[in-house]
Design a protein around this ligand. Structure first.
Ligand SMILES: Cc1cc2nc3c(=O)[nH]c(=O)nc-3n(C[C@H](O)[C@H](O)[C@H](O)COP(=O)(O)O)c2cc1C
Length: 218
């Protein structure tokens, strides 16, 4: 069992936070939740109040006495899901002016996993520069860009393709990662062979190729 901080901002996509917390709890980890003031409004607007059910503690974003504000805490890592461009900029600038940004700063200085899941489109140069800056400082930027090759059948399954990546980079290995990754692990699922210009299968016949033979990743 490990303790993780989950930071939630006022970016759209709070379902990513709910599903991340749900899986962390399911795999017996503890979640300390920090939600910014705009984050609370967007959470409510997107009907994601279930998020709170999966969290052990909820810290006020204004409470710098919270344990996760200190490098001496036993926090295993943090994810900022979804991350607004405002919070991304504050983390990149090291402002530590609210608990969420301070907790992220602590993870970077203590060399603990920090996963940032930005949600915006399109990006301007400031966003891109800030993503570069946090990456150079040790964070992993995982855009909220779900994949479709695992053929998700619901919004939840689509969301989970991103959540699996978040958990993986937090160091949480579990069955969700395995199930989303199975396309690449040579299981029984089949991926159509790439087509050549004439529209025929490039493998010379129309049969599908076994999953796992491709070198693509997301
Ligand atoms: C419904 C709604 C959706 C929003 N979606 C985004 C978003 O996807 N990305 C973003 O950077 N800001 C988004 N915003 C704007 C942020 O909430 C705003 O910039 C806020 O200051 C972010 O503050 P925070 O980083 O402290 O949470 C959204 C605002 C609303 C009301």
């Amino acid at each position: 069992m490990s303790r993780f901080v989950l930071g939630v901002t006022g970016a759209s996509g709070s379902i990513y936070a709910t599903r991340t917390a749900m899986y962390l709890q399911r795999f017996h980890h503890e979640v300390t939740l920090i939600v910014t003031h705009p984050g609370k409004q967007v959470l409510e607007y997107e009907d994601q109040s279930a998020l709170f059910d999966y969290c052990k503690d909820v810290c006020s974003v204004d409470d710098f006495f919270a344990e996760c504000a200190s490098g001496s805490s036993d926090i295993a890592g943090m994810a900022v899901v979804p991350c607004s461009m405002g919070t991304l900029g504050r983390i990149a600038a090291g402002t530590s002016d609210n608990l969420l940004v301070r907790a992220a700063d602590v993870c970077l200085k203590e060399r603990r996993p920090l996963v940032i899941v930005p949600r915006e489109m399109p990006y301007n140069l400031i966003h891109i520069e800030n993503m570069k800056r946090v990456t150079l400082a040790g964070a992993v930027v995982i855009p909220a860009s779900p994949q479709f090759y695992s053929k998700p059948q619901s919004i939840e399954e689509l969301v989970d393709t991103v959540v699996a990546k978040i958990l993986k980079h937090l160091g949480v290995e579990q069955s969700l990662v395995a199930s989303v990754a199975k396309v690449w692990n040579g299981d029984e699922r089949e991926i159509p062979a790439p087509r050549n210009k004439s529209g025929a299968s490039s493998s010379g016949n129309d049969k599908s190729t076994k999953a796992g033979t491709t070198t693509n990743d997301q």
